[in-house]
Design a binder for this molecule. Structure first.
Ligand code: AHR
Length: 394
């Protein structure tokens, strides 16, 4: 990943956290060992004995110059004592498939900087769960202080999260969720309510149609889905399917655009070919929408809200990049459901609190709105709650 600041390192070039001989570090390591042994269900008396032994060794070595020297770390290098206070965070990121994802990665890198006392080990999974499982196992081997996981899909995490739990390493899930029977496998989750995002965009479409006198059964929608099995796809697809059933909209086709521009273009082009009467393209992120607009224009049509006049309406999610906001300003994307990527400071705060013994809520949802250049709808109401629409000026 380009533009990574100091402190970012992939596995190949990583600096492994080195051992410390300082009293403070020994106590910290003793506490960490305690946490792990608790997970292994070893009797308290054994744990207390080990802690006492660690504390006694630490006190005995305190002040003795030869014992406060830097020591070789497990990668063969040396480290100074200031490194020893760093909190080591292993972050398994989905990939770099979208503008949202890139912004999310940058947010994490900034929040977990060396200046703030962190060593961030960032691993890009290139949209493959198997890479994420390997990354988590490597984090466990390295005995990181925390694991942060942005899971590509929801299923299939129990085994590896069980391994992290046995190792006593807290796991924070960010962005998409994991589906597990055992909620103790992770400390907490923070991210977006993706189904609510879908409901908000579909409510905007419902309100828009009723304002413009467009009858619901004239809507022929194709859904360019996200990565199948990802929470963002599951929630946004459900939002559309439920709204279509409720309003009498026709869904002509659904297929994954994998959250990328190239696939979004390819899938939309195929649908336009198969279903010439399509008048709404529901894209499950902005990058797919960019591809959909390209496909619409390549087919000699116009992306816009004037469905009765033959335009094809593009709906989307994220609202992160300038390009997406510009497309909305120009009316090429009629409405964007915001998906906020700035989770770095949020996750950092969770870890800071955990360090001080404060447990987070299990599920933390971020607040989000809608973006549109159309001025006729300034808010939408979903299940009794109002959500603002930011009108993007010309
Ligand atoms: O999980 C969040 C989604 O993943 C974003 O909407 C999308 O752009 C990203 O790739």
């Amino acid at each position: 990943m380009s533009g990574a600041p100091d402190g970012f390192c992939g596995f190949c070039e990583s600096q492994i956290a080195s051992e410390s001989k300082t009293t403070e570090t020994k106590v910290r390591r003793g506490l960490k060992l305690y946490r792990k042994m608790k997970n292994y269900k070893i009797r308290n008396v054994t744990i207390i004995c080990i802690l006492c032994a660690l504390l006694m060794t630490a006190c005995a070595s305190n002040g003795s110059p030869e014992n406060t020297q830097d020591t070789a770390s497990s990668d063969g290098g040396t480290s100074d004592t200031s490194d020893q206070d760093m909190i080591v965070v292993g972050f398994s990121q989905v990939g770099a498939e979208s503008d949202w994802r890139k912004e999310n990665t940058q947010s994490m890198i900034k929040a977990f900087s060396a200046e703030r006392g962190y060593e961030l080990i960032l691993e890009d999974a290139q949209q493959k769960q198997s890479n994420q499982i390997t990354a988590i196992r490597t984090f466990i081997q390295r005995d990181v202080d925390y694991i942060v996981l942005a899971p590509v899909t929801e299923e299939g995490w129990d085994t590896v999260l069980g391994e992290a739990k046995d190792a006593g390493i807290p796991v924070i899930i960010v962005d998409r969720k994991v589906a597990t029977q055992d909620e103790d496998l992770f400390t907490c989750w923070i991210g977006s309510d993706f189904e609510l995002e879908g409901k908000k965009v579909c409510t905007w479409l419902t309100d828009f149609c009723s304002k413009k006198g467009i009858t619901p059964d004239t809507l022929n929608i194709v859904d360019i889905q996200g990565t199948i099995g990802a929470s963002a796809q599951i929630g946004r697809t459900k939002g559309l399917v439920d709204a279509a059933a409720k309003n009498g909209w026709n869904i002509s086709g659904m297929a994954s655009g994998e959250y990328t521009q190239a696939k979004g273009r390819e899938v939309t082009a195929g649908f336009l070919n198969r279903f010439p009467d399509v008048n709404v393209v529901y894209c499950e992120n902005d990058n797919e929408a960019f591809g959909a607009i390209e496909a619409i224009e390549a087919a000699g049509k116009k992306a816009g809200s004037d469905i009765a006049g033959g335009e094809i309406m593009v709906l989307s999610f994220d609202g992160v990049s300038e390009e997406a906001i510009e497309d909305a300003r120009e009316g090429k994307i009629s409405c964007i459901g915001e998906c906020n990527p700035l989770h770095g400071p949020r996750v950092e705060k969770i870890i800071r609190n955990l360090q001080q013994g404060t447990a987070p809520d299990k599920y933390i949802y971020v607040e989000e709105e809608l973006f549109s250049a159309d001025q006729s709808i300034t808010s939408v109401e979903v299940e009794g709650n109002g959500y603002p629409v930011t009108i993007i000026g010309q």
